[in-house]
Design a protein around this ligand. Structure first.
Ligand code: FMN
Length: 270
């Protein structure tokens, strides 16, 4: 398994923490990582580290966390995709350092986090994440939540990846060549573990689409499922870079006929 695939396959949302604050060297490294994160959409995402006690912050699904990171982005088209792409890089760096995270877009007192993070007019803070060291044992609530959304499972590759059009699942040599990259995309985290990304491979490009469900769009969050697609896209691009390839991300709809409720998002030339 490649190093990146190992991190991606190993990562799980962590909702039970050991009650210790982040060591200062860990916090510094995460802050440096956050400050250097970019995304292909040219939409800046800024990260604010928030002490739980100082700001009176908590979340009903978390225990033992002492710190959060909130991400803020200007409201505009592709802000949600850029946000997913950006924050996931911090999530994976944290995991590789032994630090747990959970993408949280719903289960928090949103006004308190937005105020503490300093969200300005015209901006949004779609999600935050706790940052801390995982507890030895998961809380009962966490175990139940994971069961509820089937958090240890993902859809099979043939439901997510297609060849040339949505009529034909990716198979054979193409699927074998993209093996690790497919796994990296499959194992991305998503809101309620819906995995709304779909990918059509055609002429050396991967075209990413969003398969929309109802109830994921809000004024304060943007489209949570576009965030999910941004996360999946970031895994694909990081995977290509790990193979020393030079992927190019662009927004250029190839005009492939889409199933119902499926929207084109972006393409990667590889
Ligand atoms: C955009 C987004 C929003 C999420 N919002 C929440 C949330 O509000 N509360 C929560 O407990 N988990 C939330 N999650 C975490 C997902 O439930 C989790 O990633 C998914 O079940 C897969 O589990 P895993 O991360 O352990 O692989 C969110 C994930 C994403 C990507």
């Amino acid at each position: 398994m490649t190093e990146l695939l190992n991190v991606i396959r190993g990562r799980k949302s962590v909702r039970s923490f050991d009650g210790n604050p982040l060591r200062s060297e860990d916090r510094e490294k995460l802050e440096q990582t956050a400050a250097a994160i970019t995304n292909p959409f040219g939409i800046p995402v800024r990260f604010v580290f928030l002490d739980a006690a100082e700001n009176g912050l908590s979340s009903p699904v978390l225990t033992g966390e002492k710190m959060y990171v909130a991400g803020i982005v200007e409201k505009k088209p592709y802000a949600d995709v850029a946000f997913g792409y950006a924050l996931e890089q911090l999530v994976l760096t944290a995991w590789s350092m032994g630090i747990g995270t959970t993408w949280i877009g719903g289960t928090m007192k949103r006004e308190l986090f937005e105020k503490a993070a300093g969200v300005q007019a015209g901006e949004m803070m779609p999600c935050m994440s706790p940052l801390g060291y995982p507890a030895k044992k998961k809380s009962v609530k966490e175990t139940l939540m994971r069961k509820g959304v089937g958090a240890d499972n993902r859809l099979p590759a043939e439901k997510l990846f297609f060849q040339d059009s949505f009529d034909q699942p990716l198979s054979g040599q193409q699927a074998a060549e993209l093996g690790d990259l497919i796994e990296m995309v499959r194992w991305a985290p998503s809101a309620v573990n819906k995995q709304p990304w779909r990918v059509v491979i055609r002429d050396g490009q991967a075209h990413f689409y969003e398969k929309k469900d109802k109830g994921y769009v809000g004024e304060a969050t943007g489209d949570l499922q576009k965030i999910d697609v941004g996360i999946a896209l970031s895994h694909f691009v990081m995977g290509l870079k790990e193979q020393n390839r030079q992927p190019e991300v662009m927004i250029s709809d190839p005009g492939i006929q889409t199933p119902e409720n499926t929207e084109y998002i972006a393409s990667v030339r590889f």
